[in-house]
Design a protein around this ligand. Structure first.
Ligand code: MRU
Length: 370
């Protein structure tokens, strides 16, 4: 997607030096556009942990390139043990997003194809690039399938915009390109369907306010930022036609882990008979866990809740306190939306009910019991 009219991905190897992996530092967006370079394996862990990069697909792509950087540093005589130790630390960097372990395992499996460390390094690079390309391609296909939901709603609106509510950032900034929940929005724009997006601010990190509103502006999509508490009121007043969100991990039974507050939007959508769709590439499915409540929920620092970051009128980025000193805060980063509240899952292979049998029919290879 675009920044200031120019196509940009969220992660890419430096074309002049493939030992450098470039990322956008999302901690500073939308106030500053800063490209960081990851050159050491620990850089990838720091980038994920400290949220230079975030969002399920991008965490997976960064993990893939992190494994490649580790392969560059792994000594020939203890290649496998170095990679195993690094994989364990990388996997601990954020607990909820499924794409993290998925990418690590994909690279580890690819590395078993040869005994030669030099070939392993080449394989790690080509597999990391394939993960990134596939992420972008799958999101594009999610857009093509999700477009049909928006088209159907639009056909009943006499040319009025379709109002879509989204939570957090499941846009291109959360993936390598296109995004999951935003891909159908971009596809609808390209198809000439009038749309308007309600953007939840998404406290405490404000992914909606800082990232989603900005990326939609960059793409010329009409959008309005709302406080997290506003969605229910809009739904009761028929100002929302569709809710579309992403997910950090979805069980093969259809339960969805996504940014904290998603569950409340699903409950409000259900109460108001508004379709609630979750968009995801298949790399986000957890084929082992049966119950969403078993998904580990990340808890982040109290400071993310007690402070707020912004840009002052002189263009200086500052973090200020919202609370009295010593105020205690709890910072649960994700919640679980049970499958029964989900109208459907939009995947790269099509739209499927949030039900075990339907998910396994579309993705038979996910059946780990066979
Ligand atoms: O903590 P983040 O920003 O990594 O969490 C991302 C989300 O939870 C988003 O809501 C998104 O929908 C899931 S990632 C595509």
């Amino acid at each position: 997607m675009k920044i200031n009219g120019l196509h940009q991905r969220t992660i890419w190897p430096n074309p002049k030096n493939k030992r450098e992996i470039c990322i956008l530092d999302q901690r500073l967006l939308p106030h500053k556009i800063v490209i960081e370079k990851l050159t050491k394996p620990e850089d990838a862990i720091r980038a994920i942990k400290e949220m230079y990069v975030r969002g399920a697909g991008l965490i997976g792509a960064t993990a893939g390139f992190g494994m490649y950087l580790a392969a560059l540093y792994a000594p020939d005589n203890e290649f496998d043990s170095y990679m195993n130790t690094f994989s364990a630390s990388l996997n601990n960097s954020r607990p909820t997003a499924r794409n993290l372990l998925w990418a690590i395992e994909r690279i580890q499996t690819a590395l078993t194809n040869t005994e030669s460390p030099a070939e392993k390094r080449e394989i790690a690079y080509s597999t990391a690039c394939a993960i990134a390309d596939e992420d972008a391609n799958f999101c594009k296909r999610i857009g093509e399938h999700g477009l049909e939901i928006i088209r159907e709603i639009s056909s009943k609106k006499n040319g009025q915009p379709v109002n879509i509510l989204t939570h957090c950032n499941a846009g291109w900034l959360a993936f390598v390109d296109y995004g999951s929940a935003t891909a159908p929005i971009y596809a609808a724009r390209d198809a000439g369907i009038p749309i308007h997006v309600w953007v939840d601010e998404t406290r405490p990190w404000n992914q909606g306010a800082r990232l989603t509103a900005w990326e939609l502006q960059q793409e010329g999509i009409p959008n309005t930022l709302i406080c997290d508490n506003t969605g229910g009121h809009l739904m009761q007043n028929k100002m929302v036609d569709l809710v579309m969100v992403g997910t950090d991990r979805t069980t093969h039974t259809g339960d969805v882990a996504n940014k904290i507050g998603t569950y409340l939007k699903a409950v409000a959508a259900y109460d108001n008979n508004i379709p609630f769709y979750v968009a995801l590439p298949s790399s986000t499915f957890d084929w082992e866990l049966d119950k969403g409540y078993d998904i580990p929920i990340e808890q982040r620092s109290e400071e993310e809740v007690t402070t707020v970051m912004g840009c002052n009128k002189d263009g200086v980025i500052q973090t200020v306190s919202l609370t009295a000193p010593n105020t205690r805060a709890a910072n649960y980063s994700f919640d679980i939306t049970p499958a029964r509240l989900v109208s459907g899952l939009i995947t790269e292979r099509g739209i499927v009910k949030a039900e075990e049998q339907a998910i396994h029919s579309l993705f038979p290879e996910g059946n780990t019991t066979q």
